[in-house]
Design a protein around this ligand. Structure first.
Ligand code: F6P
Length: 407
């Protein structure tokens, strides 16, 4: 191989996104890459001239092991949308000048559907100027909303964290001899995959959650309140899972029904938070029932102590597969996972045209959501293999050890 490699991380972090980074780094090195650079804060950082030589940061096999177990984005992230080329050639010229300066021949971007927009734009532009640089997308997102791929690395570990945490919240939520309500708000934006993982809590040692509300269906507040009232009148406590993205019939998010501060990122996404709190306040004030709102917030995507080994392994493999494909000449493509067997569970990697993936949200099919506000066994069967097995953190002085780019 002739040129160098650069890799970046973009969008919301996951517990295993660094395993993909490790997969890119190790595979590139094993296949003879001279230098592997890391963009600090993704493409935004590259534009600002912020990057590191990863060999100075990842020096031993132990560092690779630590990186795989370090949650969140080692290189930092960004929510930066590349502008359309027309009228903004200067941005693209600057990026390609930087890449040429560093003698980059292979460019990898680990991210979700917004980040794949960057791969799409850069590979299209590269083609238009006859650049030799290969651009490959490496999938990640806890939201599991990427098209084409069976699932996304990051989802399995977040799902495992949610199902485990739900079991614990259910134990706590059913202790009193009077009815209480616990509403747990789960990330996932406009796709309910992660909230659906709450259903995995149910088993021979656990009652499971009472209701699951996904953003794919309109949220009917009156029906919700009537249901809560009816159940609590019988003296029963409830634990309810809601997606951060549930919306009422007029299209507003539930949290938008209360006063809130609204932050919108470069992709036009509102910061979604506060629906559980809104509903808890409403139940408390209108029905007089003790209600708690639990926002799992960032914990569900940075819980490095509760990852799925299946997920961590797949995350590493998609990084490696991206390097292999790019080194063999592919560009403008994304690595996807293809499930070839359910029992035993088996997934292989393939690559797919980025144009079919960038900016597209894959939602939970409506037939996987039941009329009594729960999810089907089929959906549970789809998720369950992804949470299997564990990879323990490397513990030092009683705490998980991480690899930190700044230290
Ligand atoms: O990228 C996925 C995600 O974790 C969503 O589930 C969530 O809505 C969003 O990111 C939050 O992003 P941020 O941390 O930028 O507010």
């Amino acid at each position: 191989m002739t040129g160098n490699v650069i890799v970046g991380q973009s969008g919301g972090p996951t517990a295993v996104i660094n395993s993909s980074l490790a997969g890119v780094f190790k595979t590139a090195k094993d296949r003879g890459a001279k230098k592997v650079y890391g963009m600090i804060h993704g493409i935004k950082g590259l534009l600002d001239g912020e990057y590191v030589d990863l060999s100075n940061k990842i020096q031993t096999d132990i560092d690779i092991d630590l990186l795989k177990r370090t949650p969140s984005s080692f290189l930092g992230s960004c929510r930066y949308k590349l502008p359309e080329v027309e009228g903004n050639e200067a941005t693209y010229t600057k990026i390609f000048e930087k890449l040429n300066e560093l003698e980059i021949q292979y460019f990898f971007y680990i991210g979700g559907n917004d980040s794949m927009d960057t791969i799409k734009k850069l590979s299209d532009y590269g083609k238009s100027i006859n650049s030799d640089i290969k651009f490959m997308g490496v999938p990640k997102t806890i939201d599991n909303d990427l098209a084409v791929t069976d699932h996304t690395p990051g989802f399995g570990s977040a799902a495992k964290y949610i199902a485990s945490t739900m079991k614990e919240i259910i134990r706590d939520g059913l202790v009193y001899d009077y009815p209480t309500i616990t509403i747990v708000e789960i990330m996932g934006r406009n796709a309910g995959w992660l909230t659906a993982a709450a259903a995995l809590a149910k088993g021979e040692d656990c009652e499971g959650v009472d209701m699951i509300y996904l953003p794919e269906k309109v949220f009917d507040i009156d029906q919700f309140m009537n249901h809560v009232k009816a159940v609590s009148t019988k003296g029963r406590s409830m634990v309810i899972a809601i997606s951060e993205g549930i919306k009422v019939a007029d299209g507003r998010y539930v949290f938008e029904l209360s006063d809130h501060v609204e932050f919108v990122d470069a992709f036009g996404h509102k910061q979604l938070a506060g629906s559980a709190k809104f509903l808890a306040n409403k139940i408390g004030s209108e029905l007089g029932i003790k209600t708690r709102a639990v926002e799992l917030s960032t914990m569900q995507r940075c819980a490095g102590h509760m990852t799925s080994r299946t997920d961590i392994t797949e995350a590493f493999n998609v990084g490696g597969a991206a390097v292999k494909a790019a080194f063999e000449g592919e560009s403008g493509r994304v690595v996807v996972l293809k499930r070839i067997s359910d029992d035993p569970y088996m997934c292989i990697t393939e690559t797919h045209d980025v144009h079919d993936i960038a900016n597209i949200e894959k939602k939970v099919p409506l037939e996987w959501i039941t009329d009594d506000d729960y999810v089907t066994d089929e959906l549970i069967r789809y998720i369950r293999p992804l949470i299997q097995a564990e990879l323990s953190p490397i513990m030092v002085d009683g705490l998980p050890r991480h690899l930190n780019v700044n230290m």
